[in-house]
Design a binder for this molecule. Sequence first.
Ligand code: C2O
Ligand code: CU
Ligand code: CU
Length: 504
Amino acid sequence: MPRVAVTSRRDFLRVSAVGVIGLGVASAAGCSDGRGGSSDAVPDGGPGRPFMQPTVLASSGGTLDVTLTAAAALVPWGSGRRWALTYNGTAPGPTLQVRPGDRVRLTLVNDLDDPTNLHTHGLHVSPNGASDNVFVMVGPGERHTYEYEIPADHRSGTFWYHPHHHELVAPQVHGGLAGAIVVRDAVDDEPALRGATERVIVISDPRVGSDAGILDVSHMEQMQGREGDVVTVNGRRNPVIATTAGSTEHWRILNASPSRYHRLHLDGPAMYLVATDGGRLARAERADDVLLAPGERVELLVPIDRVGRSAFTSRAYDRGTPGMGGGMGGGMGGMGGGSGSSTDAAPLLTLEAGEGTGTDAVRPGSLSVAPPPAISDGTSERDVVLSMGMGGGMGSGMSFEIDGSTFDPTRTDIEARLGTVETWRISNTSTMDHPFHLHVWPFAVLAASDGARPAPGWKDTVNVPAGGWVRVQVHFTDLAGRAVYHCHILDHEDLGMMGVIDVR
Ligand code: C2O
Ligand code: CU
Ligand code: CU
């Protein structure tokens, strides 16, 4: 167990928490692979294995009743195993599949050695009581039953679940605690989607090792936002999807990396965007590069028009650095956080299309969904400022703030009125990008400082570029309650870049 000299409270919490996890699984690591453990002994993940998807737990007759057990485990990795945090033994965890109007009873069993809880990212459900309440804490050895009522008019799309216990979110998600939630409705049966081969693609970038030491990062890495050793799709490295020419792929893609941005690119067939976060698009749009910040999702249609092999990759993206070094102003410079930004392209998966019999490829077309309404008047405008300042106190480096404060669960930062629509100008005065996420209430992106055309569908997470801004319109149409908004670089959230909103 590492001994900590004079350090900040944050560092102390981190080191002690990780140390406890380590003790808890050391024996498991030792006996299962028989090698005991150094990280170099772990195999490379065996790229080229078949694509696999998480188990699906689907509702029936209007209800879904599931138990998710969070626990450390050794998961398959190439010809061997690697250490991970899992839901029901896998990382990512099972995919939950529901329909609008469903009731979900989800019992979270905490077999970790640390507190945890669960958040349903992007679901438009109540943030109160036993519903999607991130102020609930589930201690080690405890369990908690969440009850969600999915509104009858909930939009279909791709959402996800992950822990949300402040100060432990980044290590727990990076360890592997994440899973997809799919909400299906009649839109899924429309000609533009029906007949396509649907796949859930959870992108993570774990650190590969045989014990909990992989969760232990430096304070510099926390400030940069931790990134892993490899990029994985559903826990595998560069898996292969075997398909046939003439068919169409329908990918539901989730960026479950705590900090890494993925700029999605496919060499070969064209990709068509059909959904952003929690919103299907009225019309499919051709997309060559799709930037997916942490927490974001897209759905893509890929008509396979030829036989052959194509590479789906995560291209390099510069999300900036903390800009330590003093007096760097608003520039993009600053001392790097080591291997912080994603500077190299990484393979995600390989498509192998064989000879096909059918010519029934789904043609990307239109879906019967309404785009977010543009409200031009009567909305109040609010400023939200994301900043990184010097002097986080006790020599711990920088402070990560929203509107000049770090997270305090007892304080309410924004009060909004139920039934209103507000326009927010979210600006970023720092030298790094921050993906801004608001719980419960979806928004439409109106404009961004880089002049790029905003995402056309409903969003719950949006990248705010370094030194830039975005304007969004938040719809507080229904569901009162107290929830949070934060940076989805989860280390930044853990460092305090989070605020509380109360909608009444
Ligand atoms: Cu993925 Cu507070 O959320
Ligand atoms: Cu969320
Ligand atoms: Cu951030």
